[in-house]
Design a protein around this ligand. Structure first.
Ligand SMILES: C[S@@+](CC[C@H](N)C(=O)[O-])C[C@H]1O[C@@H](n2cnc3c(N)ncnc32)[C@H](O)[C@@H]1O
Length: 201
C-alpha cells in the first residue's frame, strides 16, 4: 500500500481509537533513525515490536535486519493486523493480534529462546499502570543483559516506569516528529528487576 494510504488508515483509526494510538500520524523518519540507532544489526536475531500500527517502523527493521533474523509484531488493533498481513510479504515477519503484555506466552508458542531487541511505541501514559508494569515485566524477563528495550513516548512522565524496571536508561529528544517525542534506550544487568527486589532492611 502506498505511504499516503498508510497514513489515511492510521488517521481513521486515530479517530476511532484515540487512546489506543496516542498519535494522529505514523512515526517520522527522524524518530525511526534515533530509535533504531543503538541496534547491532549484524548480531541481532530476535526482534519484537509492540504496536506496529501500519508498519512504519516494521518496514525499517525488516530492511536492515539480518536475513536469518526474525521479527515478531504484537498489535491489538484488528484493522492494523489485517493491513500488516496483506501489505508486508516477508517470511521473517510474524504478526500476532495480541497485547504486548502477552509477550511471554507468544514467545513460548514460537519457541524463541530470548529477544535481542524490543521496540515499542505503545502509549504508556494512557494505559493503566498495571498494564504498563505487565509489559515491562514480560520484556525484562525475556531480554538478556546485552539486550535492549527501545521505546518512544510522547509524555515525559512515562520515563518513571522505565527507571523502575531497568538498571540503565538513557533518553534522546526528537523534535522532528508530530508531536515531538522522547526516545529511550533501557538495559538491565540481569537478575530480578529493581522494582521486584526486596526493600532494604
Ligand atoms: C502511536 S501508535 C504507533 C504506531 C507505529 N509504531 C508508528 O510508529 O507509527 C501506537 C500503537 O500501539 C498499539 N497498541 C496500543 N496498546 C497496545 C498493546 N497493549 N499491545 C500491542 N499494541 C498496542 C495501537 O493499536 C497502535 O497501533
Amino acid at each position: 500500500m502506498a505511504k499516503g494510504k498508510d497514513e489515511w488508515l492510521f488517521a481513521i483509526n486515530f479517530v476511532k481509537h484515540p487512546t489506543m494510538l496516542g498519535s494522529v500520524i505514523p512515526s517520522s523518519r527522524w524518530l525511526i533513525r534515533s530509535l533504531l540507532a543503538p541496534v547491532d544489526w549484524e548480531r541481532a536475531r530476535y526482534f519484537v515490536e509492540y504496536g506496529p500500527g501500519v508498519g512504519t517502523i516494521t518496514r525499517h527493521i525488516l530492511k536492515r535486519m539480518h536475513p536469518e533474523a526474525k521479527l515478531l509484531v504484537l498489535e491489538i488493533n484488528d484493522d492494523f493486523v489485517r493491513h500488516l498481513n496483506s501489505a508486508i510479504d516477508d517470511p521473517r515477519l510474524v504478526v500476532r493480534r495480541d497485547s504486548a503484555a502477552s509477550l511471554g506466552t507468544v514467545l513460548d508458542e514460537l519457541d524463541w529462546p530470548h529477544i535481542d531487541y524490543a521496540v515499542s511505541g505503545i502509549p504508556f501514559s494512557i494505559m493503566s499502570s498495571e498494564d504498563v508494569e505487565a509489559v515491562l515485566k514480560e520484556t525484562r524477563a525475556r531480554l538478556p543483559p546485552q539486550g535492549e528495550f527501545l521505546v518512544y513516548q510522547f509524555s515525559r512522565h512515562s520515563a518513571q516506569y522505565l527507571h523502575r524496571s531497568f538498571d540503565d536508561v538513557s533518553r534522546e529528544f526528537v523534535l522532528r516528529n508530530v508531536p515531538p517525542v522522547s526516545c529511550y534506550r533501557a538495559r538491565s544487568n540481569g537478575g530480578i528487576g529493581p522494582s521486584e527486589a526486596p526493600a532494604p532492611m
